[in-house]
Design a protein around this ligand. Structure first.
Ligand code: SME
Length: 158
């Protein structure tokens, strides 16, 4: 049995939980909804978790999420999500107030982790997690979320 540390479940435990949750189901809407709910309710100190999906290579549209209502559309290149989509590279932002162009969907948000979702070198969307705490996310979160996104990608038809 893997132990939780400081109230935080291990990512390897979450990987097993996600694989079991998505088993036998490949629907895009179903799986992204399950994914967002699992992350939001498993990680501590999270204020928002959800997807934005690329449309016409020009903007991102809000997908399934957990948390407060959020910005419906973000231009590629704008905000943390738009930058991640443009650069196809994950961003760890320990203080969103220091990030030039950060889009404050929720004024309480202080730190953020955004991970790109890429298939066949094409950007499909991003997964965004926010926290009301400064510096909430670290390299272990980035790698852990990456492993979870890998499972989501392999388990879902796009
Ligand atoms: N803060 C994000 C926008 C999305 S919300 O936080 C849910 C950004 O700067 O891209």
């Amino acid at each position: 049995m893997q132990q939780a540390q400081q109230g935080q479940p291990s990512y390897s435990l979450l990987v097993n939980q996600l694989a079991a949750l998505l088993e036998g189901q490949r629907d895009f809407v179903t799986n992204q909804s399950q994914f967002a709910a699992l992350i939001f309710h498993s990680l501590t100190d999270i204020s928002w978790a959800g997807f934005y999906w690329s449309k016409e290579n020009s903007h991102l549209n809000l997908g399934s999420y957990q948390g407060n209502i959020a910005c419906a559309q973000i231009a590629i290149g704008e905000g943390v999500c738009g930058k991640v989509a443009q650069q196809k590279q994950a961003h760890l932002v320990s203080d969103v107030n220091q990030f030039d162009g950060h889009i404050a969907c929720d004024l309480g948000s202080q730190s953020e982790l955004v991970y790109p979702i890429i298939k066949n070198e094409q950007l499909l969307g991003v997964f965004d997690i926010d926290s009301y705490s400064l510096g909430r996310f670290n390299q272990a979160d980035l790698e852990g979320i990456g492993s979870l996104i890998d499972i989501f990608m392999r388990s879902t038809d796009f």
